[in-house]
Design a protein around this ligand. Sequence first.
Ligand SMILES: *[C@@H]1O[C@H](CO)[C@@H](O)[C@H](O)[C@H]1NC(C)=O
Length: 414
Amino acid sequence: MAGALSFFHAFQYFLLTFFHYSSIAVNANYNIQSLGAKSDGKTDCTKAFLSAWTSACASTQPATIYVPPGRYLLGAATFAGKSCKNTAITIQIDGTLVAPSDFNVIGNSGNWIKFESVTGVSVIGGTLDAQEANLWACKSSGKSCPTGATTLAFYNSNNIIMNGLSSINSQKFNILVDGCHNAKLVRIKVSAPGNSPNNDGIHVEESTGVTIMNSRIGTGDDCVFIGPGTSNLWIETIACGPGHGISIGSLGWDLQEPGVQNVTVKSATFTGTQNGVRVKTWARPSNGFVKNILFQHLVMVNVENPIIIDQNYCPDDHNCPNQVSGVKISDVTYHDIHGSSATETAVKFDCSKGNPCSDITLEDVKLTYKMSRLILHVLTPLGSLPAQLSQIAACLFRKLFTVFILIQEYRPYT
Ligand SMILES: *[C@@H]1O[C@H](CO)[C@@H](O)[C@H](O)[C@H]1NC(C)=O
């Protein structure tokens, strides 16, 4: 056995060495173990990671930072790209990065692993374990504790790839994409319990050209959060649950706020989530907007609010702004959405009274509640009701035993 193993190791060493030397002309490789990192999960490897980054940045050749199998303890680390010469850095992780078990080490730093102003960075594989357990214990004990850190954050960066990454035990958001252009997130796995606080799966804001595909996200907060200033976002083949579903907003807290436009969510499954696809805004004045949104080919399995627009968003009804949302919502299409609602309000449009939703289209939406009925709860000025709504209702009547359409009319301010 030992002989076989050492033969294997020797062979592996040969391969790695071979790879290293054969590719040296075109590609720089930095194995973090050669830079002093230990795979015991106990030795602080932060310096090794940062020194690999510094070398990779200084190289004008494509560079790979390699993390072999094993557990690597990493404190809060910022990978800054402003002075990088390199626009092709791959971080290949075959192991697990572990945060210090003392949550204070990263809990006040905002982010655990932070990339700032980088271009052409790919993070491939790996598990990120932020070890949140003690922080939650602290929070639920009522003591004063740090807010917690986002596990992996990209700020002001371009041409980013995350592929095959798993995030577990995150203290706050799992993945943050903020101020970025062109980010591709594929085969992302987020697993957190359904009661984890403020634990968004993938949180996108102020970013354009973000694609999220073939991913599975179970968490306590939003599966994907889409914040102000997001455009050209493509989400396809995603499984969400548990959690709060895919959410545009909350938006409209600020008077001056960039809008959200051109978002596609396609072929997603929501299982036991609080929402399926949601747009939510605070009831406050704002020049924000939401337009050109497509929700298509979605399956809902026992979802509390499969389709919801909530322009009076106020969690826990606490300190509600109680004004009128200025956020204009238009051109939102729901097409081919099937499955089951966990509540009798499967579709709810609670639109702004001052700035009513327009061009909301429902097509081929079939949601059941207790196998027998569906309620469309439309709280919007009748004048702005989708033209197709009555046709859809007629179709639903034929297909289901009972359909309740509850339309609450009120007079718009304008
Ligand atoms: C909308 O976004 C997609 C990517 O999600 C992009 O391919 C397309 O060009 C965008 N459309 C417009 C009009 O910008």
